[in-house]
Design a protein around this ligand. Sequence first.
Ligand code: ZN
Length: 297
Amino acid sequence: MNTISHCPICNSEKQSTFLKSIDYNYTKEEFTIVECGDCSFRFTSPIPTEDKIGEYYKADNYISHTSSKKGMFEKLYHRVRKHTIKKKFKLVQKHANDQSLLDIGCGTGDFLGYVKEQGWKTKGLEPSEDARKMAIERNKVEVESTAELPNQTTDSVGAISMWHVLEHVYNLNADFADFKRILKPDGTFFIAVPNCASHDASHYKEEWAAYDLPIHLYHFRPQDIEKLADKFEMKVVDILPMKFDSYYVSMLSEKYKAKKEKLSLGLMIKGFWRGFISNMKADKRSYSSQIYVLKHK
Ligand SMILES: [Zn+2]
């Protein structure tokens, strides 16, 4: 285990326990989220060492890397995913100044494949070898290992996207410096992350599925992304909601709360209702998951 003694955003050594929860997906081990005493950023500490953290991604129900269409929940998930791919592309297209995209943590490359079909120049970076193989086979996209991040050319892409990836990045500051370096001076950086300042997060507390311990290392709120951007001389120019995520996260949270291995119809309905309430209560800075659009200062 690796104790994070300094806040990844402000470097302060002051911290207190925010909450304790478990790895619901896989090991059921207990983990702690601490809160910085200076900037109030919340991060997981201690975390598994970098060579061991891959073990925590091997859960059977980690569906974002698979293409199984078995259950009702998975079916719904895949349908929503198709829709969100198109929506994400429209957003990227709206902000980007040229048609080149680097998708970091591209998984099996479904988003990247869609963007490539639209005539864009694309590349993905992905840590999982299995996902890289699937991305190349299924979506015919160019994908490299995330270990190649420092070798990407400076000022080389018009857009970088990270869809639910930044919260997994082990070396946040070193990697963020690389993202900024690779992005063209007029480029746009798209970051989607869960928001622990949302209604569903407050409602489910330690059973909130988007804490996803220990693989989510950071638990961002809008002010944390703004501080992080500022630290790297970037600025947040827009914040957008991901309205489907509140339903997905709330349904999973209901499963954890009920201590069930499978999601029943009753739990799905409960989660759906909570997701609906969360969206109704949300303003621009308090949706369950949000997309931050960043530019260089
Ligand atoms: Zn801090």
